[in-house]
Design a protein around this ligand. Structure first.
Ligand SMILES: NC(=O)c1ccc[n+]([C@@H]2O[C@H](COP(=O)([O-])OP(=O)(O)OC[C@H]3O[C@@H](n4cnc5c(N)ncnc54)[C@H](OP(=O)(O)O)[C@@H]3O)[C@@H](O)[C@H]2O)c1
Length: 260
């Protein structure tokens, strides 16, 4: 039997790679984007659908159009790399609308469909930064911690209806994410933060040990095909960070390493 999946944020990066992987392996893929006409895929079977997770009407319309679904991946999201003090509050609210409230609204629509059919999987993309706090990602990290808390609670609510909620936690991934996080909002940086912040800016996003988006797509594939009640699927970099956090002590030596 062919399974069907809706993925949000498919124009680039992890969403794009996930759409290609699932289509290649025979699933019916609905690739969601704010700009569906601008997306291009190798696999011609991929169905492009419009969904702006910041707009409830757009989400409802997308679900009405698709109808029945086996799996939904909440992937659309972005970061802001800035000292918290300098991050405009309206930009934080905007980011939460996409990363948290949009994801919640998509999950609501998915739950409605899946609860009635008594099966399905909702996969929410969190981050290594939803496990550990990193400087200059305070607002983004908060949005991803919210995704963790929401998903964990929702998993309990939907389990009696055989609907799975799963969290995928990528580490650093080579995508547009890093440029968007640095470039999309450029307020003046407070003098006291500038030197430390610029050092981080200069080195971040160019790391060679970042994973390709295809590796996160494989993790999403594992989650989508796992009928156990396992909640979290961490990328190797996220697993390593958690390992060292455990070894050094969450409130011990680990705290010293993190204050860069
Ligand atoms: N790259 C990393 O290191 C990393 C690490 C951990 C977690 N993540 C998470 O992985 C997910 C995918 O990110 P990515 O690395 O693949 O980055 P990406 O290449 O920038 O893709 C993000 C996608 O999200 C959608 N999106 C971006 N801004 C949006 C906005 N303001 N409103 C609505 N949709 C928006 C876009 O899709 P459309 O333009 O098609 O609508 C875009 O294709 C995100 O949730 C991100 O937080 C990334």
């Amino acid at each position: 039997m062919v399974s069907s999946i809706l993925i949000t944020g498919c124009s680039t990066g992890i969403g794009h790679a996930t759409a290609e992987l699932f289509a290649e392996r025979g699933w019916t893929v609905f690739a969601g984007s704010r700009h569906p006409d601008q997306m291009t895929f190798k696999n011609a079977s991929i169905k492009k659908v419009e969904i702006d997770v910041n707009d409830h009407a757009s989400i409802e319309k997308c679900f009405q159009k698709i109808g029945d679904l086996d799996c939904v991946v909440n992937n659309a999201g972005y970061g802001l790399l800035l000292p918290f003090e300098d991050t405009p509050s309206e930009e934080i609210e905007k980011m939460f609308r996409t990363n948290v409230f949009g994801l919640m609204e998509v999950s609501r629509q998915a739950a409605k469909v899946m609860r009635v059919r008594r099966s399905g999987k909702i996969i929410n993309i969190a981050s290594v930064l939803s496990l550990i706090g990193m400087p200059w990602y305070a607002a983004y990290g908060a949005s991803k911690w919210a995704v963790e808390g929401f998903s964990e609670a929702l998993a309990h609510e939907l389990k009696p209806f055989s609907v799975h909620v799963k969290i995928v936690e990528p580490g650093g991934v080579k995508t547009k994410f890093h440029d968007v996080a640095y470039e999309s909002v450029r307020p003046p940086i407070t003098d006291d933060y500038r030197e430390r912040f610029e050092k981080k800016r200069a080195s971040h996003g160019s790391k060679n040990d970042y994973d390709p988006p295809e590796s996160v797509a494989e993790l999403i594939w594992t989650a989508a095909n796992d009928n156990s009640w396992r909640l979290r699927y961490s990328a190797p970099q996220a697993k390593r960070a958690l390992f060292w956090q455990r070894v050094l002590g969450r409130d011990g030596l680990w705290r010293r390493l993190d204050s860069r």
